[in-house]
Design a protein around this ligand. Structure first.
Ligand code: DC
Length: 220
């Protein structure tokens, strides 16, 4: 597989996108770009700089100066916001919610899309998010749309949290996922939706290996 494809993987939270994309990137020797992390870092930036999301001028100024870098590492990418490693902080619950709130703002989306197109322009990338196949790379070589039922997705998050020593009630996780699905899919700009030419992948009954293999086979 010599051609350097652009592979888009979209879908709701915890549908298996990032785990699959990460492993697939390793297998194909591609770069993995987690665009959700970029919205998370932007959200964190507004919090750290006390930016009122309704104040357009201040937000515009913040976005003009923002630096978001993804450093590729074998054990998982690191995300830097204005030079600071925020990889763990952006996964916390307050930032998860804020990232979905900030993602409805046109000015923020334009900036993120600009950065993402730059990152993917040479191909050889797997990008996951909500609007990669519809907006960021509508001409991507491959588009996948991953889904899974809400219980499966909540259980995945519950297990991930447990591995980190956190016990979060399953119901709380389920409610957060339902809220975020709704917020991400009903916003006016670039809502979460399947591109017409995307291949749907329902990961509810699939193992990670099966998800990776399914996509790998399609690409081959
Ligand atoms: O993939 P994630 O859960 O880390 O994404 C966090 C939030 O960022 C998600 O709720 C919506 C937003 N997002 C987006 O609007 N567009 C993307 N391409 C990626 C994420």
């Amino acid at each position: 597989m010599n051609k350097k494809f652009v592979i888009a993987i979209d879908g709701p939270a915890a549908s298996g996108k990032s785990t699959t994309a990460k492993q697939l990137a390793k297998k194909l020797k591609y770069i993995y770009i987690d665009t959700g992390a970029m919205y998370r870092a932007s959200g964190l930036c507004t919090m750290l700089q006390n930016v009122n999301l309704n104040d357009e001028a201040v937000l515009k100024n913040m976005l003009k100066k923002i630096s978001i870098k993804i450093e590729y590492a074998e054990e998982g990418n690191r995300i830097y916001l204005n030079g600071e490693d925020v990889s763990e902080r952006i996964r916390e619950a307050d930032i998860t919610k804020l990232s979905s709130q900030i993602a409805v703002i046109g000015m923020v989306r334009r900036k993120m899309v600009e950065l993402q197109r730059k990152m993917g322009k040479n191909g050889g990338v797997i990008m996951d998010g909500r609007d990669i196949g519809t907006v960021v790379f509508p001409n991507a070589d491959f588009k996948f749309f991953m889904i899974a039922d809400v219980r499966t997705r909540a259980l995945r998050r519950w297990k991930e949290a447990k591995e980190k020593g956190e016990i979060i009630p399953l119901k709380e996780i389920e409610e957060e996922l339902i809220w975020r699905d709704k917020n991400d899919s009903t916003r006016e700009i670039s809502p979460l939706k399947q591109a017409k030419d995307a291949i749907p992948v329902d990961t509810s009954g699939m193992t990670i290996e099966e998800q990776v293999q399914f996509i790998y086979n399609k690409i081959e």
